[in-house]
Design a protein. Structure first.
Length: 443
């Protein structure tokens, strides 16, 4: 685990207005697990950042390969989606307008590939004979679908606590908490890989923070020792957050993040008696770039978007969803008709566990569909991996509208296309694994 905390004054990510970091509540980290078996190596990396860009991923993979010899194609890099971290440089008009073209953002991003490579290098240096065990935990009290059927026949997005017009959630949650534990020959925990589908926008404010994964990591370190590393990745949570509309208490700030992290840690700890050995090999990695159609944008949309942004981005003066739509239109326009390229990446260990990386903020239904279609015993799906293409709703959601659909840069059907491609890769890797074996080491 390597510190990647930015300096004060860096533009912060997560909202549709500019804000700058004024302090640090807890550090941001780059965390890595390296696995080697049968002469093959892979690295699993998680960053306490709101996103990863294709430029950052390419630079980090190149740096990792130069430092460790692990091929960049076998390095999976994910963001946790913390909204209390820095903006990353991005060529899109929206990110430029929100601080992504600032010198502070550029200087911060310049340092990241080296730091990511350092985290992987340290994991490799610590590697030794290891056992790999896994179990599936369950936690259904923290996550809530934030889209709702309303009594007036429409659909709501975050419609507010106690809203009398709420009828029922418009989609499910994913209560799975997959846990993969790496232990040395003496039984000491080297690392724990945890995944959960719950949007990270708990804290707010101007302090740098990793949000609830910070408390999760601290809680597991208290049990397994300070040297253990907890790598948390975000499941498909494009339409999932922590707001319980039936609970009248406020749910914002560091105390709420600590509560969530503590409850989630409990779900992880509860899996310990159920941890079972994983098939130790072979170790495989595949990735594929998928071309996705752009969301349709008309000339009238472009004209309206420019008029909206001329008024400013203060949502007290301009309705929030109009600001969202304006940035979506200009970002789509910047592609000049070219499809959006999204990476699908799969790393598998034997026949028991497959890590799936998807670009973008993917609706929970798509992640569930992938798990159901996968032949592996444990399929761990992480969004915001290998890059980000924005929101990826289900085809059905496009008929319902609201924030994620208005924001989406890709056309309807894109999510289902990613599921199709990923399922094909998973089945190929499982078939290849069925006739092979090996022994694993990890760091």
């Amino acid at each position: 685990a390597i510190d990647i905390t930015p300096p004060n004054g860096v533009p912060m990510a997560g909202y549709y207005h500019i804000r700058t970091a004024a302090g640090v509540h807890d550090p941001l980290l780059a965390k890595a697990i390296v696995i080697e078996t049968g002469g093959e190596r892979v690295a699993l990396v998680a960053l306490d950042l709101i996103t990863v860009t294709r430029e950052l991923v390419a630079g980090a993979r190149e740096a990792v390969e130069a430092e460790t010899g692990i091929p960049g194609s076998r390095v999976m890099i994910s963001a946790t989606h913390a909204h209390t971290g820095p903006v990353l440089p991005d060529p899109s008009p929206s990110e430029k307008a929100l601080g992504g073209d600032s010198p502070a953002a550029a200087e911060y991003a310049r340092t990241l590939p080296v730091l990511i490579a350092r985290s992987v290098g340290q994991a490799l240096d610590r590697a030794g004979p290891a056992s790999v065990r896994g179990a599936l935990g369950h936690e259904e009290t923290l996550a809530f679908n934030r889209r709702f059927h309303m009594k007036d026949g429409g659909f709501g997005w975050n419609p507010g606590k106690g809203n009398p017009l709420i009828l029922r959630p418009a989609g499910p949650i994913d209560a799975d908490v997959p846990v993969i534990a790496f232990e040395d020959a003496t039984g000491e925990r080297l690392a724990t890989y945890v995944n959960y589908a719950l949007h990270l926008d708990t804290v707010g404010g101007l302090e740098i923070s990793a949000d609830y994964p910070y408390t999760l990591s601290k809680a597991l370190a208290a049990i397994h020792g300070e040297e253990t590393v907890t790598v948390f990745t975000l499941g498909c949570a494009g339409d999932i957050n922590h707001l319980d509309v039936t609970w009248d208490a406020p749910q914002k700030g560091h105390a709420e993040a600590a509560r969530i992290g503590t409850v989630l840690a409990g779900a992880v700890v509860e899996t310990v008696p159920r941890l079972r050995p994983m098939d130790p090999g072979p170790l495989q990695a595949r990735s594929e770039m998928v071309a996705l159609d752009l969301a349709p944008v008309s000339e009238a949309d472009v004209a309206e978007a420019r008029r909206t942004l001329e008024k400013g981005t203060d949502d007290r003066a301009v309705p929030f969803l109009e600001i969202v739509k304006a940035y979506q239109v200009l970002d789509v326009l910047a592609f000049e008709g070219r499809p959006i390229e999204a990476e699908v990446q799969v790393i598998s260990l034997g026949r028991d566990v497959a890590w799936v990386g998807l670009s973008g903020e993917v609706f929970v239904e798509l992640g569930i569909a992938l798990k159901r279609a996968s032949p592996f015993r444990h399929t761990i799906v992480s969004e915001l991996t290998g890059g980000s293409i924005g929101y990826v709703p289900t085809r059905q959601a496009y008929t319902q509208g609201q924030y994620e659909v208005i924001s989406a840069r890709v056309a309807a059907g894109s999510g289902e296309r990613l599921v199709e491609v990923t399922t094909r890769i998973l089945r190929k890797l499982f078939t290849a694994a069925s006739a092979k074996g090996g022994e694993a080491s990890a760091g």
